[in-house]
Ligand binder design. Structure first.
Ligand SMILES: [Zn+2]
Length: 1047
């Protein structure tokens, strides 16, 4: 904050009459001191640096590379750039001998973000925006101290928050130029600084406590007395003024004072308005500064999250990393969070969320000797109802965020509470009541932390996170000076420099009165992030699948082949790339174009390496088993599947075949000449009527598409039940105006719903595609607007309970939102949406403001609207935004925001959704399995040489309620022969089941999500099967030790 802004003559005082002159003068005089008279005296003598030289580069060079470059003389006022370049300055300086006994600073002011290097180590950030414009060369220059020194300042050509053109979230301006405006030595007057801090705090107290408050007046009078005795031109008058302030701040509060736990923090978005590579340097600038503050202030504690950022610093700045480890041992540097990055809390799969913790906690253990105790997502856009269970099973029972204070509609009713997840797991959650993770240490913030707290009677401790954040920066010495002064002063809460551990221990020790919030923590804002940057979403879903398949098949290969080595290191690298992309400004689509492009490259790496690993695993899996075709059909899901599959045939052709593959296993491909009798299955019939409409019928469902491609009828054949609401059509594309108030990529506002326009097709565009038999299809074209068009193939397979819509869109819009709607003949007050390891219900009506605020929600692979005995599920292969209003299921397809990426979502898209009418409940009808099948197609993989002649299954589960989600090698695996299996209960029921395996198992034991054995978790193995019990939505992991391979 700027000096003097803490107190304004305008304010609540004007609302009532009062004698005008004296109180006004009492405010204005200290204000003048704080604002005008003292600040110019912060620095006394100054002198220029001896020599300044520089060189520029578009690269992000290491220090060693940079200092070898050719530096040319530079001047104050020189400009450099453009955006994303780097300018390195060599600064040679000599402190005048006459300054012995003084505190000497290097004052540096420039645009961009600077980092000061001294003797090859990063020492401190120098960023005007982050109020870091001076580097303390010495606290007190002694006789004989070396006075000559060369330092380097590495200035990145971007601000703390990127380089937006015109506004923060606008696309970056590539032409921006930067300037150095000060580089000099100066004597710092610590006593003036202290007076300024005191005056500012006193004025803050006077204003913050208000005119009805006795202490407010005491603060104001103290400030006036200070002004009376202090002559800015006479430093010898300062101690008397200082003593007056000390007397005031030394007047203690009572025992019942609220306690504020002030922790240094620096939120660094892992990529956002700047590329990933710049974040590496942001970490160095911010953390070097924090280390320096820790040295100067032994009571200062800094909480820091995101293992990925630690790993970057370890690799790029090993010296700084070693210092962080040192301060971690002292308890001053506190790693928090336990995750690889601060990921999005909605879109990552359950397994990916587990891996955030698995990779994160193991990294923290390895580098800092212990795992984190707090989950830390201050800035993420909503929190899945499965997070409490995942946290608990990863050794964490404490959670901190503040983002729900951004709710647009409803104010969240708690700051400290128990959060109960989908399965009943409970964690202690705390939202810093000041509603920020970037406090500055002002009185206003301190008071807000107390006043705003929604759990006043129930708890007496709060967190206060201070330091510049989002783009890094972190705390300053001035913030620390303010907070230390407020340590214990009557009229204010007690302010302790504290740690997350101390805060949560204090909260836990008095938690008896706390309330409980059950279910998801839904953020009533940023609902556009479920849809923005559709390619990132698609890459995420696809890569989650690839890694699932590679891990499963590699595990099976280990079990069956003594030669095969599990690709543990490669898989770790690929997982870390996927986890990195799940950062809360990347997967959400709220990043600049540069970041989206980098993220797409990460997906491409996962795809290409993943597919290579997949082939290697399959080769090992079936080695030596002779068979007919050299082609293997692989099912990576834990149930038997019979599906139509397009098999590659010689010459690049494909032929359809109906194949049956056992659970988590393989089957040989049918030969092209073998007849495919359809005795038990009705073939698909395709009929085009004279009016141009098409009927598809596979005996399970019968659909009718009108000549424009809309769905006029969807009948569940066995019951004759119609799923489409009378007088309406399904598969109706609709376009909305999508102009948020500010956060373009992030927000879709409720008022967009008022602009709904159906996209009407042209009759006669519908044509028959595949003519029936194993598969029938119809396709059509649709002009969405003059610049955007869509083509779709509607496909029905033999035996398949759902209808697929393969969709291709060429999308060139500005601020439009495309959705597809299905009005159903189903009535229910709530709809069901898949989330991580389970599902939950949300209302289909808008009774309360809480219902209304969920006009756009997120889901994973399916959503369902059911009444008793019948329902309709909408499945998808890469979408996350959805809503159900009344009887209308709606899937969000594409947006067109222009900031911070002006090119977001423009171009070609491909995606598939599917419609599944069903009788009974969605659980009984197999909706969950259908959604898995849509997302995990059977794989037709070439086997090296002849493929096996017989089918084979590795695992299966006896209950349809239980999903065997993951099979992988254990992180700590003896001779590579320990597997981890993760299963979850998906129906929301208590259930006992058997897990069957054909693998040679020596031992089975339950473990937690970090793969630590449960000492009481041994499972008896009977006839190649294990008994497992589940409660609703419970996730269970087990270690399976394979028998040693035969010699
Ligand atoms: Zn953030």
């Amino acid at each position: 904050m700027c000096w003097g802004a803490a107190f304004s003559a305008e304010g609540r005082g004007n609302a009532r009459p009062h004698p005008p002159t004296r109180p006004r003068a009492q405010r204005e005089r200290p204000r003048a001191h704080a604002h005008r008279l003292l600040p110019p005296r912060l620095f006394r003598d100054s002198c220029p640096v001896t020599a300044l030289s520089s060189f520029q580069t578009p690269e992000r060079l290491s220090y060693q590379q940079a200092v070898q470059q050719e530096f040319r003389p530079a001047q104050i006022g020189d400009s450099f750039g453009p955006t994303w370049w780097t300018c390195w300055f060599r600064v040679e300086l000599t402190i005048p001998e006459a300054w012995v006994g003084q505190e000497v600073h290097l004052r540096w002011e420039s645009d961009g973000e600077g980092l000061l290097w001294r003797e090859g180590e990063p020492i401190q950030g120098l960023t005007t925006e982050g109020e870091k414009t001076s580097y303390v060369l010495t606290n007190r220059l002694e006789e004989g101290d070396p006075r000559s020194l060369t330092v380097y300042v590495e200035v990145a050509c971007n601000g703390l928050l990127g380089a937006g053109k015109g506004s923060m979230i606008a696309a970056p301006d590539p032409e921006k130029m930067f300037q150095v405006s000060r580089a000099e030595l100066a004597v710092f007057c610590r006593d003036v600084h202290r007076l300024l801090v005191d005056l500012e705090l006193l004025l803050g107290i006077a204003k913050g406590l208000g005119e009805d408050n006795q202490r407010s007046f005491q603060a104001l009078y103290t400030a006036n007395q200070m002004v009376n005795v202090c002559d800015p031109a006479q430093p010898q008058t300062f101690p008397v003024a200082q003593a007056l302030a000390s007397r005031f701040f030394g007047q203690r509060g009572g025992e019942s004072q609220h306690t504020i736990h002030a922790m240094g923090h620096c939120h660094i978005d892992t990529a956002w308005l700047w590329p990933f590579k710049e974040t590496v340097r942001k970490c160095a600038r911010s953390w070097a500064t924090a280390v320096q503050l820790m040295e100067q202030n032994p009571d200062f504690i800094f909480a820091c999250s995101q293992a990925q950022q630690f790993e970057w610093v370890k690799n790029h700045y090993p010296g700084l990393h070693a210092r962080l480890q040192e301060f971690a041992c002292r308890g001053q540097f506190v790693p928090v969070g336990g995750t690889w990055v601060e990921m999005d809390g909605n879109l990552p799969s359950g397994e990916a969320m587990v891996r955030q913790f698995l990779q994160g906690q193991n990294f923290f253990l390895q580098e800092f000797g212990k795992m984190c105790s707090e989950f830390w997502l201050p800035d993420t856009f909503g929190y899945s109802a499965q997070l409490p269970q995942i946290m608990c099973s990863c050794g964490i029972r404490r959670f901190l965020t503040q983002k729900l204070s951004w709710n647009l509609v409803n104010s969240f009713p708690h700051h400290t509470f128990f959060w109960e997840g989908l399965d009943g797991s409970r964690v202690l959650a705390h939202f810093p009541p000041g509603d920020s993770y970037g406090m500055q240490g002002s009185v206003e913030e301190v008071l807000k932390t107390v006043v705003n707290n929604r759990d006043k009677g129930r708890t007496n401790h709060s967190a206060f996170l201070f330091g510049f954040g989002d783009g890094g920066g972190g705390p300053t010495q001035t913030m620390l000076d303010r907070l230390k002064r407020l340590h214990n002063t009557d009229g204010l809460p007690r302010v302790q420099l504290s740690s997350p551990g101390r805060l949560f221990s204090a909260l836990e020790s008095h938690s008896g009165q706390l309330c409980t919030w059950v279910g998801e923590l839904f953020l009533e804002l940023h609902n556009g992030t479920y849809t923005t940057q559709a390619q990132l979403k698609k890459g995420n879903r696809e890569c989650e699948r690839i890694l699932h398949d590679v891990e499963l098949l590699s595990s099976l290969a280990v079990a069956r082949s003594t030669q095969f080595l599990y690709p543990a290191a490669q898989l770790q690298d690929l997982w870390r790339l996927l986890l990195l992309n799940q950062f809360h400004d990347v997967l959400t689509g709220s990043c600049i174009q540069l970041v989206a492009e980098e993220a797409m490259c990460h997906y491409e790496d996962i795809r290409s390496h993943g597919n290579t690993l997949l082939s290697a695993a399959v080769a090992a899996l079936c080695a030596g088993e002779p068979g007919p075709e050299g082609l293997l059909i692989v099912n990576t899901l834990p149930w038997k599947r019979t599906e139509v599959l397009a098999l590659p045939r010689p010459g690049g052709a494909h032929s359809l075949a109906l194949v049956t593959v056992p659970s988590m296993g393989y089957a040989p491909a049918p030969s092209p000449t073998s007849l495919q009798p359809l005795q038990t299955q009705q073939p698909v019939f395709v009929v085009q009527e004279t009016d141009g409409s098409v009927t598809l019928d596979n005996g399970i469902i019968r659909v009718r598409l009108d000549p424009t491609g809309c769905l006029t009828s969807l009948v569940l054949v066995a019951s004759g039940r119609e799923a489409i609401a009378e007088g309406t059509v399904g598969n109706q594309f609709v376009l909305f105006d999508d102009v948020p108030l500010y956060w373009d990529a992030w927000d879709v506002m409720d008022y967009h719903l008022e602009t709904r326009k159906p996209v009407l097709g042209q009759a006669g565009t519908l044509a028959v595609g595949t003519e029936g038999g194993l598969r029938g299809s119809a396709w059509f074209l649709l002009q969405i607007s003059p610049s955007s068009r869509l083509s779709q193939e509607v496909v029905l397979d033999v035996g398949c309970p759902y209808l697929r819509f393969h969709t291709e869109v060429h999308w060139h819009e500005a601020h439009k939102f495309l959705k597809v709607e299905f009005p159903t003949r189903v009535r229910s007050p709530q709809a069901t949406y898949e989330v991580q390891f389970g599902h939950l219900q949300r209302p289909t009506h808008r009774n309360t403001s809480w219902d209304w605020a969920r006009f756009e929600v997120w889901a994973h692979r399916w959503m369902d609207l059911s009444e008793h005995g019948f329902g309709l599920a909408l499945l998808n292969d890469c979408k996350y935004g959805a809503s159900v209003r009344g009887n209308v299921l709606s899937l969000s397809l594409l947006r067109a925001p222009k900031a911070p990426d002006a090119t977001a979502d423009m171009g070609r898209h491909e995606f598939t959704y599917a419609l599944m009418p069903h009788k009974g409940s969605f659980q009984e009808a197999g909706v969950i399995r259908a959604a898995y099948s849509l997302n995990f197609p059977l794989l037709a993989l070439p086997a090296p040489g002849p493929a096996p002649a017989a089918s084979w299954s590795a695992f299966s589960v006896s209950s349809p309620a239980v999903v065997l989600e993951t099979v992988k090698q254990a992180e700590a695996s003896l001779q590579g022969r320990t597997l981890v299996l993760r299963l979850y209960e998906a129906h929301g029921s208590h259930v006992d089941c058997w897990l069957y395996t054909s693998l040679p198992i020596q031992e089975a034991v339950l473990c937690n999500l970090l793969e630590q054995r449960d000492p009481a978790g041994h499972l008896p193995l009977q006839d190649s099967r294990l008994k497992l019990t589940f409660s609703p939505f419970q996730v269970r992991s087990l270690l399976l030790v394979l028998q040693p391979p035969p010699n």
